[in-house]
Design a protein around this ligand. Structure first.
Ligand code: 3DU
Length: 217
């Protein structure tokens, strides 16, 4: 994944024609497209292959199972053409290690969720966030997913993982986070969904975010 615009589109629409149209419109403004359960359950895993002509694809399955099941899931995701997969960190070292080993052998990336961006992440997840970030670094994941809604946590997680891992950061726009604050706090990329795909002109919305990011780098 090339660090160029520093914007990742979260494509949580439910229709394949719409997904392809929006991807074509915004392709010049995004470094990757993140797809997850909503689009894939609605249209099928083949949508990954179709979208991969526009940008690298991150499959956000938040994989959270025993090592063997994690491996089976990641195999399918990579076979479909995804360049990266997002997994949950709370399942521990062995579950993560299995994904990282598979990814490295196929030249793919694994991003590990430390703590999520919504308010409920404070109930249980945040307490484990720093330990998960350390684990992601120890297990040599490609990067972590950290919340743009809490830039101070992005900053803390950056300190823990150093500069070898990247940070992708959701929560910008609809969830209240700011793209520039997340980037200033140490995120490599921001992930934006509704503020782009629900906009009247998705390409303009994406271009505006990219321009905003450029003011702080
Ligand atoms: O709130 P948005 O519409 O910009 O979409 C954010 C996307 O990022 C969405 O796909 C959501 O499932 C994902 N995500 C988070 O919002 C927060 C996380 O901690 C991890 C992933």
């Amino acid at each position: 994944m090339q660090k160029n615009t520093r914007l990742i589109l979260a494509l949580d629409v439910l229709d394949s024609d719409e997904a392809l149209r929006i991807s074509g419109d915004v392709a010049g403004y995004v470094d990757a497209i993140k797809v997850g359960y909503p689009l894939i359950l609605a249209t099928g895993l083949g949508i990954i292959t179709e979208l991969s002509k526009y940008a690298p694809i991150i499959a956000d399955f938040k994989v959270a199972d025993i090592p063997n099941t994690n491996r089976l899931i990641c195999e399918q995701v990579f076979r479909a053409g995804a360049d990266a997969v997002i997994i949950q960190g709370f399942t521990g070292h062995d579950s993560l290690r299995t994904c990282v080993e598979l990814a490295k052998s196929s030249n793919k990336d694994v991003f590990v969720v430390t703590e999520m961006s919504h308010p409920g992440a404070l109930d249980f997840m945040q307490a484990a966030g720093e330990a998960i970030a350390k684990m992601a670094a120890d297990e040599k994941a490609s990067g972590v997913v950290a919340p743009a809604t809490r830039p101070e946590r992005v900053r803390e997680i950056r300190k823990i993982i150093g500069n070898k891992l990247t940070i992708i950061s959701p929560g910008v726009g609809a969830q209240g986070g700011s793209a520039s604050d997340a980037i200033k706090a140490g995120a490599d990329w921001v992930i934006v969904g509704r503020s782009i795909y629900q906009a009247e002109e998705p390409a303009k919305a994406a271009a505006d975010i990219v321009a905003y990011i450029k003011t702080v780098i």
